[in-house]
Write a protein that binds this ligand. Structure first.
Ligand code: BMA
Length: 364
């Protein structure tokens, strides 16, 4: 596998750097991680996994209750995909930017693995140059400053070391390393994060990805798949791939999009879906809607009337909605008992195409 990848790349005339990244990628993955990738490729033949951010750590009116989930309270099962965020791990904090303790996140990652479901991790990393948060776009040289040779490179290398330690710590009681999908540097086609469109060049953005993956692999992290997820700004496949770091690094391609106006949402969703569908086929990548939702879900038929019809035309592995914030009660994207769209969500759940935790077994 490794030799084949290397000789194919040599035949294509790729640089030594790309070659070494590809070799490491091909060689350094646990069996469970390879199984996860193989199963993600098979999922679309049976349906689409449903996902929810921070599902089991808090919801509307509760926090930290063992086994609780707003999604499960509504339909009886956990999401097939649960995502968490590593933001502020880099500060050495005990809890992330949304005040969820990393020990709790680790525990919930183990629980989700034991259900046979998937975990995705985003990273709203603080601004390593200004000291502000991920949304601090006051300085356009932040990415440059953390790349090799930059004044914040050492500091940032330390942050990546912290991420590697956390990923290494994801183990069952029997010592099995738990595979996760890591989705850093997301929504880079917009300009609201310090790694965004107007904040770095395509070369710098790609170098950020290479540095991230190289550094984790050099530290022996072998339980991770990687996802590339811009927003819906790219209008075609060329624009979508403008900052793509390469097939050797990326396993899942997706995008993030939210509903404000229904027609605008559906048009953007459809265009982005057809872009990732065609790239997914050409590059043999898993495709997914990595973040979406309609804040407050005021449309009682949203799940079966808007979301499912647009998704089911495409071979997606999963769709994930954002968090049910317990501290900002209008900021929620999954229903809870009594919420306006709860009945329709049960209908969505009952559709054989919508896959929840009990429907999947991703590690065998
Ligand atoms: C945003 C909002 C914020 C949150 C951030 C990271 O979309 O939900 O409140 O801090 O994601 O989870």
């Amino acid at each position: 596998m490794m030799i084949l990848a290397a000789s194919l790349l040599t035949a294509c005339g790729s640089s030594r750097k790309e070659q070494s990244v590809n070799e490491v990628t091909a060689a350094a993955r646990t069996q469970e991680t390879e199984n996860l990738l193989a199963n993600l490729k098979k999922i679309p033949s049976g349906g689409i996994m449903f996902g929810h951010h921070d599902d089991t750590v808090y919801g509307i009116g509760w926090e930290g209750e063992e086994g609780r989930s707003d999604v499960k309270s509504v339909c009886g099962d956990y999401p097939a995909v649960i995502s968490f965020d590593l933001g502020e791990l880099e500060l050495g904090n005990a809890a992330n930017l949304d005040k969820v303790p990393f020990d709790k996140i680790r525990k919930e990652i183990i629980n989700q693995y034991q259900r046979g479901g998937m975990v995705s991790l985003s990273w709203h990393a603080r601004n390593p140059k200004t000291g502000g948060d991920a949304w601090d776009v006051s300085d356009t040289t932040v990415v440059k400053s953390i790349l090799p040779g930059g004044e914040n490179h050492r500091k940032f290398a330390g942050w990546l070391g912290g991420v590697a330690d956390f990923l290494h710590s994801l183990k069952t009681a029997d010592g099995v390393k738990i595979p996760v999908l890591f989705r850093p540097w997301h929504e880079h086609s917009g300009s609201w994060f310090w790694w965004g469109e107007k904040l770095c060049t395509p070369e710098e953005y790609k170098a950020l990805w290479h540095m991230t993956v190289d550094s984790l692999q050099a530290k022996g992290v072998d339980n991770v798949l990687y996802a590339y997820s811009p927003g819906t700004e790219p209008k075609d496949t060329t624009e979508y791939l403008k900052k793509y770091p390469g097939d050797g690094l990326i396993d899942v391609i997706g995008f993030d999009t939210y509903q404000f106006d229904r027609n605008h949402y559906l048009a953007g969703m459809d265009r982005a879906l057809s872009i990732i569908d065609s790239i997914g086929k050409a590059h043999d990548k898993v495709i997914a809607v990595t973040e979406t939702g309609y804040e407050g879900i005021p449309d009682a038929k949203w799940w079966t009337g808007t979301l499912l019809p647009v998704l089911e035309k495409y071979p997606l592995a999963y769709v994930l909605v954002w968090r049910n914030a317990r501290e900002k009660v209008t900021h929620y994207y999954a229903p809870y008992p009594g919420q306006a769209s709860a009945g329709d969500f049960v209908e969505f759940y009952n559709n054989p195409k919508a896959l929840f935790a009990a429907d999947v077994n991703l590690y065998q």
